[in-house]
Design a protein around this ligand. Structure first.
Ligand SMILES: C[S@@+](CC[C@H](N)C(=O)[O-])C[C@H]1O[C@@H](n2cnc3c(N)ncnc32)[C@H](O)[C@@H]1O
Length: 219
């Protein structure tokens, strides 16, 4: 399943400087952050992780609810933008990390077990989500919580750029099976947001965004 388009970080590098200027993207991040906060574990996460953090639109909203947060992205420019926000806001509990999480040999660079892992709109960019979820649970502590927001299965016209290799969203039942096969339990979905946009085929459409939560069982 390896294809150069899956791992083409240039596309995100090129968009990083203007990423936050898109109002639809900001509204999505806001809705996802609110949904994640509403589903936070009862005790404050001590060692959180976001994979595919981008410029930190969601990260910076979740960080005040965590003791420490590692924010990972495979685009160096996205990480640079987040670094600027951290410096400007004097934020002390976010550690930005430039890392491609779809490459297991790279993921070993991550220190520690995470008790809370979250993500928004990144899973559909991961070439092999089933293997990735197996890898991810290995980085989590027993009893840890996972919260992932992404597109429900879509018509294939959501993304404006047809050259990028992506999954066309996820069937909830298929993603639930993947999570359970990786070892997660208590899998539950809500609809966190609806993106209304003119798609690549020129049609005005509504694309639902789910938030799925799951637990790594206690040992
Ligand atoms: C659609 S953007 C979402 C960014 C951010 N979560 C937000 O809501 O604004 C997807 C992000 O995932 C990152 N990404 C894609 N594949 C990745 C991988 N294998 N490991 C880490 N980050 C990845 C991209 O660089 C990009 O910043």
């Amino acid at each position: 399943m390896t294809d150069k388009n899956w791992t083409d970080t240039q596309r995100f590098d090129d968009k990083a400087a203007e990423w936050d200027d898109n109002a639809r993207r900001a509204a999505l991040a806001d809705a996802v952050a609110r949904a994640i906060i509403a589903h936070l574990p009862i005790s404050k996460p001590q060692n959180a992780l976001e994979f595919g953090c981008g410029t930190g639109l969601v990260t910076t909203r979740i960080a005040p609810h965590c003791a420490r947060l590692t924010a990972v992205d495979s685009s160096s420019e996205m990480i640079r933008m987040l670094g600027e926000k951290i410096a400007a806001g004097n934020i002390v509990n976010i550690e930005p990390l430039h890392l491609d999480f779809s490459r297991p040999e790279k993921a070993t660079e991550l220190a520690g077990d995470f008790d809370f892992v979250f993500s928004s709109m990144t899973l559909h960019h991961i070439p092999d989500p089933a293997s990735f979820l197996h890898e991810l649970i290995g980085h989590m502590s027993p009893g840890g919580t996972l919260s992932i927001a992404d597109l429900d299965a879509e018509d294939g016209f959501f993304h404006d750029d047809p050259s990028g290799q992506v999954h066309h969203g996820f069937e909830r039942s298929a993603l639930q099976a993947m999570l359970e096969s990786a070892g997660f339990t208590n899998v539950a979905f809500i609809t966190a947001h609806l993106i209304e946009k003119k798609n690549r085929a020129g049609e005005q459409k509504a694309y639902p965004i789910f938030l799925v939560t799951a637990l790594k069982p206690k040992a």
